[in-house]
Design a protein. Structure first.
Lengths: 320, 248
C-alpha cells in the first residue's frame, strides 16, 4: 500500500506545486499508516523532493515524454500507481494537473476530488474539503472507491519542509503510440517574465488606470515586488492588455499570497477568480467599490498618486 | 459532423450561496440558473461549425426537469435538439458515464464542454468522458478549427499557448478564447419561439454507483473588515504587509 504523488516538472525543474503535493502526500501517508511514493517524469534532480518528505522517488526518463502529453502522462501515473499498489494518488492543480487527473481517475476506477484545500478530515470514510461555488463555499466530499485521486488546490496546504533520507528508483513505463492521439505541434512561451500561475504576488489593474499608456507604473511595481502583472476583464476586452493577463471567473484563476488590485472595482466575477489569494490589497478612488469588502487592506486614493509613492517606498524597503 | 455540447445548469455568478437541511443541500430558493459560462463558449463555437461547416448540434444535460429552461435557452441560441438525462448530477464520474451512453448511442464525432462548471468547479467530466469513450481529449481549449477529420487546436499552458493536432472523435473542454465574450449570443425572439418546438428527449439514466458523495457544505469564515491606510502613508501599508500579513 502506498500514497502516490505525481510531482510535475517543467523543463526538468520542479515548481512550488510539486513541493506542495509532496508535503501533502507525505502527511496523508502518515495518517493512513502507509508510505509515500513520488513519481517524477524527466526531472533533472529528484533528490530535491527529499526535503519535503519524499522517502521513495520513482523516476521516469523517457524522450517521448519530453513535452507534456496528458494521455501518456496519465498512463504512466496509472502504471506506477498499480506497481506501487497505491490507494491514494495526489496530483496538483496546475493546468497540466487538472488535464490529466480525470483521466487517471477513470484509468484506476478511482473516485476523484479536485480543488482539495486541506488534509482529509477523516480517512475512513476518506473525506476531504473542496472549494465549490467559485470560492463562495466548501464542500466536504467522501470518496467511496478503493483507490482515491486527490487534486490539491494551489497554495492551499502549503509547502512544508520535512527532510528525509530518500531513495530514487527508475521505472520503465510502457509507452504506446495510441497515447499520442493528441500531438503537440508547437509551444509559444514568454520567457523571462513571471507567470500568474507561478507568482507569489500578483499586481493587477483595471479601468481606473484610464488607458494602456499608464501601465508603466504597474509593471514597475510588479518588478519591485517580483510579481506577475494581471488585469481585469474590461481591460482585456478593450485590448489595453493581452488576454492572457485577464484574471477572474472566465480568465485565469489566482491563488497568490498577495493580490494587489489597482483601479479595479471588484465585480463579483472578478472576485470569484481571485478570492483564493491569501491577502488582498485594494487601491481605488471610490470608497464604495465592492473590492473594499473583499480586501484585507485598502487605500482610498488616486492610483496615479499612490502607486508611484508605493514604488518609491518599496524600493527603499527592499534595500533596507 | 455530429456535435454534442454538454451543458451544465448552474447558479448565476451573482447568486447568494446558501445551504439548507443542516448544510447538506444547496438552497436554490431565489437563485437564477444559467448555462455554465465555460459551456457557453463551447456552444457558441459549435454554432460556427453548424453555420459554416454544416454540423448538427445537440445539447445535453444531466439533471432533473428544472434544468429544461437552460436547455431551451441553448436551443434558442441555435442548437438543433436537446437531450436530458433524468438524474441528479451527483458526482463527476456519474455524469461522465451518463454522457458516455449518450455519445455512444448518438454517434457523435465531437463533444464540446466547458473547462469547469462554476458551481462544483470540479473540472472532471470532460476528461473522464474522453477516457471512458477512448476519444482524444483537449482541456482548456482556446482555439479550434476542423478540416475533415483533422482538428487543430490550441490550449493555454503556464506562460503561453500550445498548438495541438488531433483527429476526430474528440472531446474538447473549452474556455474563453474558443470564442470571445463579444461573440456570445443572446437568444432573440425568433430563436426563443423556434426553441419551443425543437425536440427535447428525456432519457432514463443508466444504473451507476457514484464514486464520491457530497456530505456537507460550509461557507468561508466571515472576513474581518478591511484595514484602511491613509493615501499619504503608504509606509504603513508596507509595514502591515511585512509585519502583520508577512507576505512581502
Amino acid at each position: 500500500m502506498s500514497v502516490l504523488v505525481f510531482a510535475d516538472s517543467s523543463e526538468g525543474k520542479f515548481k512550488k506545486p510539486a513541493f506542495e503535493v509532496v508535503s501533502y502526500g507525505q502527511k496523508v501517508a502518515e495518517s493512513i499508516g502507509s508510505n509515500v511514493v513520488v513519481l517524477t517524469i524527466n526531472a533533472a534532480d529528484s533528490s530535491e523532493l527529499y526535503a519535503y518528505g519524499a522517502e521513495k522517488v520513482v523516476s521516469v526518463s523517457n524522450d517521448s515524454l519530453k513535452t507534456f502529453n496528458a494521455k501518456a502522462y496519465a498512463s504512466v501515473v496509472q502504471q506506477v500507481a498499480k506497481a506501487e499498489n497505491a490507494t491514494v494518488v495526489v496530483i496538483d492543480s496546475s493546468i497540466n494537473g487538472l488535464y490529466l487527473a480525470p483521466m487517471v481517475a477513470v484509468g484506476l476506477e478511482a473516485g476523484y476530488a479536485s480543488n482539495v484545500v486541506e488534509l482529509p478530515s477523516e480517512t475512513a470514510p476518506f473525506t476531504v474539503k473542496r472549494k465549490a461555488f467559485s470560492n463562495k463555499a466548501f464542500n466536504n466530499t467522501t470518496i467511496t472507491t478503493d483507490v482515491k485521486v486527490v487534486g490539491v488546490a494551489k497554495n492551499s496546504y502549503g509547502v512544508h519542509e520535512n527532510e528525509v533520507a530518500g531513495t530514487t528508483e527508475s521505472f520503465e513505463p510502457t509507452i504506446s503510440d495510441a497515447d499520442f492521439g493528441v500531438t503537440s505541434v508547437s509551444i509559444e512561451k514568454a520567457s523571462g517574465t513571471i507567470t500568474i500561475a507561478d507568482a507569489d504576488i500578483v499586481v493587477s489593474a483595471g479601468r481606473g488606470l484610464k488607458g494602456p499608456e499608464n501601465w508603466g507604473m504597474i509593471e514597475e511595481l510588479a518588478t519591485v515586488l517580483g510579481a506577475a502583472t494581471a488585469c481585469s476583464k474590461p481591460v482585456s476586452d478593450l485590448g489595453w492588455r493581452p488576454h492572457n493577463e485577464h484574471v477572474g471567473q472566465t480568465g485565469k484563476p489566482v491563488a497568490a499570497n498577495l493580490y494587489i488590485a489597482i483601479g479595479i472595482s471588484g465585480a463579483i466575477q472578478h472576485l470569484a477568480g481571485i478570492n483564493a489569494s491569501k491577502v488582498k490589497v485594494v487601491i481605488n478612488t471610490d470608497p464604495e467599490a465592492p473590492f473594499f469588502k473583499a480586501a484585507d487592506y485598502g487605500i482610498v486614493g488616486d492610483a496615479f498618486e499612490v502607486v508611484p509613492k508605493l514604488i518609491e517606498k518599496l524600493k527603499a524597503f527592499k534595500q533596507a | 459532423m455530429k456535435i454534442l455540447v454538454c451543458i451544465s445548469h448552474v447558479p448565476d455568478t451573482t447568486s447568494k450561496i446558501n445551504f439548507t437541511d443542516n448544510d447538506t443541500v444547496f438552497d436554490t430558493n431565489g437563485v437564477q440558473f444559467v448555462i455554465n459560462p465555460y459551456d457557453e463558449f463551447s456552444l457558441t463555437r459549435a454554432m460556427w461549425f453548424k453555420e459554416k461547416q454544416g454540423a448538427t448540434v445537440t445539447v445535453v444535460s444531466v439533471g432533473n426537469a428544472t434544468t429544461e429552461p437552460t436547455l431551451r435557452k441553448a436551443l434558442a441560441i441555435g442548437a438543433d435538439d436537446a437531450v436530458r438525462v433524468n438524474a441528479e448530477a451527483t458526482d463527476g464520474l456519474f455524469v461522465a458515464k451518463q454522457l458516455a451512453e449518450v455519445v455512444k448511442n448518438g454517434g457523435y464525432d465531437l463533444v464540446l464542454a466547458g473547462r469547469e462548471s462554476i458551481d462544483y468547479n470540479g473540472g472532471m467530466v470532460p476528461g473522464m468522458l474522453a477516457s471512458l469513450l477512448d476519444f482524444n481529449f483537449v482541456n482548456g481549449c482556446i482555439g479550434m478549427e476542423i478540416d475533415g477529420n483533422s482538428v487543430t487546436l490550441s490550449r493555454e499552458i503556464d506562460g503561453g499557448n500550445e498548438q495541438l493536432s488531433a483527429d476526430l472523435p474528440l472531446v474538447v473542454a473549452g474556455q474563453k478564447g474558443l470564442v470571445e465574450e463579444k461573440d456570445l449570443r443572446i437568444p432573440n425572439m425568433r430563436g426563443i419561439m423556434m426553441a419551443r418546438k425543437k425536440p427535447l428527449a428525456v432519457l432514463d439514466p443508466v444504473d451507476i454507483t457514484a464514486a464520491t458523495s457530497a456530505q456537507s457544505f460550509e461557507k468561508p469564515a466571515p472576513k474581518g473588515a478591511v484595514k484602511l491606510v491613509d493615501a499619504d502613508s503608504v509606509d504603513e501599508l508596507i509595514n502591515l504587509l511585512h509585519n502583520e500579513a508577512k507576505v512581502i
